[in-house]
Design a protein around this ligand. Structure first.
Ligand SMILES: [Zn+2]
Ligand SMILES: [Zn+2]
Length: 270
């Protein structure tokens, strides 16, 4: 049995990730308009009606801005912590509140664990999804990390994590000082180097795929993110490393027993 991880798009203009098991289809974040979401799902031959529920990491528009529309337009349940739900003004009857570190079960073969991460002005969480003993971590928008996060992510088969900015590009770039400070601070975003160091702590032999997400269009470049991260994980990781762009879906990662390569080709051909 397989769990599929597909980023419908990541970046400051919207984020959403599809997790699929034989019995569940969930989205992590919904930062797109209803039309954009439907369009991106259609490329995978899916529609919003196929989605069982949507988990939201935090209330920033690029992650939660499209949460309410899936409730009002398609009656899809949304799961969030209380602060995030309040900030997004979610429809109470279609909202389930979770607490950090309380495992949420979806259908008969998927469980999702919210783990708190530091990100200023929000109560952000990362998610570790498990399916038949294999785990995928989806981590975004954090300025630093905790031992608790390391504990939960270490040894995951798949890890998606932001590599937001290249340190030099940010510091010598056009942003005002206050914004540079905010992005690079403890509650901001991870630089390529920080992402590399985090991955070096959590990758084990079990880790087979990594996706770098949420690259800044101004302060990063895919080749910089890739080469910097690889520098840190070269010794510990020999799997598949990819970069998710703003306009997806471009590819899927599969974890589990029957990683059908034909399916992989099908997704990347679209
Ligand atoms: Zn974001
Ligand atoms: Zn954010």
């Amino acid at each position: 049995m397989t769990m599929t991880i597909t980023h419908l798009g990541t970046g400051s203009r919207g984020n959403s990730t599809l997790l699929e098991t034989p019995h569940a289809k969930v989205l992590i974040d919904q930062g797109f308009s209803g039309t954009q979401l439907a369009k991106r799902l259609a490329r995978l031959e899916l529609s919003p009606d196929d989605i069982d529920c949507v988990f939201i990491t935090h209330h920033h528009g690029d992650h939660g801005g499209g949460a309410k529309v899936v409730q009002t337009k398609w009656n899809i349940p949304v799961l969030a912590n209380e602060r995030t739900a309040l900030e997004l003004d979610l429809v109470p009857e279609l909202t389930t509140y979770f607490e950090s570190l309380d495992l949420v079960r979806v259908g008969q073969d998927l469980a999702v664990l919210p783990v708190p991460v530091p990100h200023a002005g929000s109560e952000n969480v990362a998610f570790v999804a498990s399916h038949e003993g294999e785990r995928a971590a989806i981590i975004t928008d954090l300025g630093s990390w905790t031992d608790e996060l390391v504990t939960h992510v270490r040894g995951c088969e798949h890890i998606s994590i932001e590599a937001n900015y290249d340190h030099n590009k940010l510091m010598f770039g056009p942003y005002p000082y206050s914004l540079k400070d905010r992005i690079s601070g403890r509650g901001g975003h991870l630089s390529n180097e920080q992402t590399g160091r985090f991955l070096a702590e959590v990758c084990t032999e079990a880790t087979r795929s990594i996706t770098l997400t949420h690259l800044s269009e101004k302060n990063n470049r895919p080749h910089l993110a890739e080469s910097t991260v690889l520098y840190y994980i070269d010794e510990v990781f020999s799997g598949d490393l990819r970069i998710s762009a703003q306009n997806g879906p471009d590819f899927s990662h599969y974890i589990g027993q029957d990683k059908a390569s034909s399916k992989q080709e099908k997704a990347s051909a679209k």
